[in-house]
Design a protein around this ligand. Structure first.
Ligand SMILES: [Zn+2]
Length: 422
């Protein structure tokens, strides 16, 4: 092979950087995603819109005179944000024994996308300390997996600093209930790489108010739940920064004092938001109506509290304790032997339709409770609304007879689900 002459090399010295420059410029163009347009009827007022997306973000929302010919006219809304997911599609975030895997986290996330849930907080409940630590480590080391597309911004720890009383404790095992302790919380927070965004605790427990102070100072949202606190303690907890009541109306004893119970003070204080499980089974319609009337759309969050049985086909399943439970076609998860609920199996998309049905609220309000409000509570400023600058986390759905039927989901601008093309 003939070596280039000095003169040729000199020209190469000029031409090569030019070629590299042109190549880099072309690469730069191809690295940018092609602008996309998504059409639909805006959830706020049902008007036809085109949402323009580039590089995963919404760049503009154009109001249209009409949708393009042949467009199905689906509702377009910001993806739902669920602050309480114990598991989904057979994947439990709660169980130990090596059950939680990176693949499982992806499976649960993809299954939630099918229901329009584009952001969620995996929720760990009262458990053996080593299991909590290990599961937080597994979750924290996986949430940056690009395949999850930023769907998990952090976690919710429900317990172990809750009431030991039967009824109020719910299904949380008594042997693992512990006294509130900031140092212990920091162990969990360290395992979670600082990503525990919410702690649900019982304010009447010794040391709980001091723990609320520490959480407030460290931007961890404190939720009151699984407690039997008197009115004065609830007021002190809110004074010191508690922001929300976890699944109000549940996590309480069946028989309560008609005057002195935890519901009245939590309902009466306008500073406290509430989350409610609106699956059609955990609360009666009149409870949902009253809670929503008292707190208003602004201070209400629809949560799911789903277990790993959610997202599975209806049928009978065995729990890890060998108990037979039944998931009905309507989405009720029940323990037939005792005729009681065995947790929730309905994603927040179901709650959107159901809250409209029982309260008469608008779709815009229902979506605010299922997306905008939780996004704001956890300072997720890039999601929960459809406007320029937001992540293009979008759900397109039909609303038939108060049932949300998700047809398409985008996460960070990528189409991650289309009905019939799974
Ligand atoms: Zn609970």
């Amino acid at each position: 092979m003939k070596l280039p002459s000095f003169k040729t090399m000199g020209r190469c010295a000029f031409v090569t950087p030019l070629i590299i420059f042109v190549f880099m410029a072309m690469a730069n163009v191809s690295a940018q995603s092609v602008p996309q347009q998504v059409y639909g009827r805006l959830y706020l007022d049902h008007s036809p819109v085109a949402v323009n997306i580039r590089d995963g973000k919404i760049v503009s929302v154009e109001r249209l005179a009409s949708l393009p010919a042949g467009d199905p006219g689906l509702v377009i809304a910001p993806g739902f944000v669920d602050n309480q997911v114990n598991g989904y599609a057979g994947v439990s975030f709660v169980f130990g024994g090596g059950e939680l895997t990176p693949g499982g986290i992806l499976t649960a996330t993809r299954a939630l996308w099918k229901e329009g849930v584009t952001t969620y907080l995996p929720t760990l409940t009262t458990n053996d300390k080593s299991i909590l630590l290990s599961n937080f480590r597994i979750l924290a080391s996986n949430i940056d997996n690009p395949e999850l597309r930023g769907s998990i911004p952090g976690f919710h720890l429900e317990g172990p600093f809750i009431s030991p009383e039967d009824g109020y404790r719910g299904a949380h095992p008594l042997e693992f209930v512990r006294t509130p302790d900031w140092k212990e919380f920091l162990e969990y927070q360290s395992a979670a790489d600082g990503k525990i965004l919410q702690l649900t605790l019982a304010p009447e427990m010794e040391g709980a108010l001091a723990l609320i102070d520490s959480c407030r100072e460290n931007d961890v949202v404190v939720a009151l739940g699984h407690h039997n606190a008197p009115a004065d303690v609830i007021a002190q907890a809110i004074d010191r920064g508690a922001k929300i009541a976890t699944h109000l109306g549940n996590g309480a004893a069946n028989t309560i004092n008609r005057h002195r119970n935890p519901f009245w003070p939590q309902l009466a204080d306008d500073r406290l938001m509430i989350s409610i499980i609106v699956d059609g089974f955990h609360l009666l319609p009149e409870q949902i109506r009253v809670f929503h009337k008292v707190k208003g759309t602004q201070n209400t969050i629809i949560t799911s509290d789903v277990t790993h049985f959610a997202g599975l086909e209806p049928g009978e399943y065995q729990t890890s304790e060998g108990v037979t439970i039944e998931l009905t076609p309507e989405g009720m998860l029940r323990y037939p032997a005792q005729n009681v609920l065995y947790g929730s199996a309905s994603p927040v998309s179901k709650g959107v339709g159901h809250v409209m049905k029982v309260t008469g609220c608008s779709l815009a309000e229902a979506v605010q409770m299922a997306s905008t409000n939780p996004a704001r509570l956890y300072h997720l400023h890039d999601r929960g609304e459809i406007k320029p600058g937001m992540r293009a986390d979008l759900v397109l759905f039909r609303l038939d007879d108060f049932k949300v039927r998700v047809e398409k989901t985008l996460v960070n601008g990528e189409v991650v689900y289309v009905r019939g093309k799974e």
